[in-house]
Ligand binder design. Structure first.
Ligand code: GLA
Length: 368
């Protein structure tokens, strides 16, 4: 892998990084104004930067094709360039705020797996924004960085995502869950109790229609909110499912997931704060069932992975995490047992389904 100086003939002036994330609970609630509870994972995207005095951006990524350096001029950002879209999205979103900055040389490396639902794109956006903040320097707080990352993705990349992933990458840390109200962006750090340890098992399944399905779910939620006469599904009172249950299908199921999921995030946060594992586990399984039956973003193979986790004595709770249609399952395990439990669960599931799972967290040495 070429170093920065080999690519650009000079050393970098700034280094910055940001983590991927796993969401503990609160799925498909962020674009409904609701609650989420993500945690940063020990996998990061790193950027190295050096400033330029013209408007040119030169960029190299270990995820790109070999030693090819991509080039563009600030102000000409346009989609269709693969990983470079996230860089272009960031410079476009930053320029739209009126911030002044020149071009730069950029080198990107990462051990956040791409396409696994662990937010490699948010990690890149936030790492780059942190790097640009230091390089020029710019006055940007961490929440604005998250908002700009989301803007990059919504506008240039064209993915209508909520704000969870970028806030997690910008504010998250590894032993602390981030309770976020996605409407107000008020957040609270919730330390994970010392009795638990997280594991993430990647099913290796990616679904070609995942982004299309995401858009469909988003539209369904917006239609359900309109029919219920609320601005967002967040505004439906948790106990008030009677109006939700009268919606035409599948809007009834979609709204029921979001409303009950918001309540589960609040309950899971309280359980974590009380160190009450008896309450936490069932909430994770209930979240998975709701994603499977009401929101319909799971797959039979992913359900089998959650069931394999449920059968393990060191797993307290498990669920599909992220947008769905494949990706990863998060396991809440007894402290000190996560690596072994994840390996056992992955092996049991591989035997049952013929799948090729990868344990992403805890991080073990070696290629992933
Ligand atoms: C993706 C999106 C997030 C969120 C989740 C589902 O990760 O990027 O904004 O909507 O799906 O919870």
């Amino acid at each position: 892998m070429p170093e920065f100086a080999e690519l650009y003939g000079r050393p970098p002036t700034v280094r910055a990084d940001a983590p991927g994330r796993v969401n503990l609970i609160g799925e498909h609630t962020d674009y409904n104004g609701g609650y989420v509870l993500p945690v940063a994972i020990p996998r990061r995207t790193c950027v190295e930067l050096a400033p330029r005095t013209d408007r040119t951006v030169r960029a190299w990524s270990a995820a790109g094709p070999g030693e090819t350096i991509a080039t563009y001029t600030l102000g000409t950002e346009a989609p269709g360039h693969g990983w470079l879209d996230y860089v272009m999205g960031v410079t476009q979103a930053l320029a739209a705020t009126g911030r002044r900055f020149d071009g730069f040389d950029l080198r990107v490396t990462s051990d956040v797996p791409v396409g696994a639902g662990l937010s490699s794109s948010a990690a890149l956006e936030v790492a780059l924004l942190r790097g640009l903040r230091a390089l020029y320097p710019l006055t940007l707080d961490d929440l604005e960085i998250a908002r700009l990352g989301q803007r990059a993705e919504n506008d240039l990349v064209g993915a209508p995502v909520g704000i969870m992933d970028q806030v997690a990458a910008s504010l998250g840390s590894e032993r602390t869950a981030l309770f976020l109200d996605t409407r107000t962006l008020a957040w609270r750090a919730i330390p994970l109790p010392p009795t638990i340890e997280l594991a993430v098992v990647d099913s290796g399944i990616t679904h070609a229609h995942a982004s299309g399905e995401y858009r469909v779910r988003r539209d369904e939620c917006a239609r359900a909110a309109t029919l219920l006469g609320v601005a967002q599904l967040r505004d439906v009172a948790p106990g008030d499912l009677s109006a939700v249950n009268r919606l035409p299908p599948p809007l009834d199921r979609r709204a029921r997931h979001v409303v009950t999921e918001d309540a589960r995030v609040l309950a899971a946060t309280a359980a974590l704060e009380a160190g009450d594992l008896e309450r936490l586990g069932p909430l994770l399984y209930a979240s998975h069932a709701s994603m499977r039956d009401d929101f319909e973003v799971s797959l039979p193979a992913i359900d089998a992975l959650v069931e394999a986790a449920r059968a393990d004595p060191d797993v307290i709770g498990a669920r599909l995490t992220g947008g769905g249609f494949g990706g990863c399952v998060v396991l809440v395990c007894r402290a000190g047992r996560a690596a072994e439990a994840a390996r056992r669960v992955a092996a049991a599931w591989a035997k049952e389904t013929g799948g090729a799972p990868v344990v992403r967290v805890p991080k073990v040495d070696g290629p992933t």
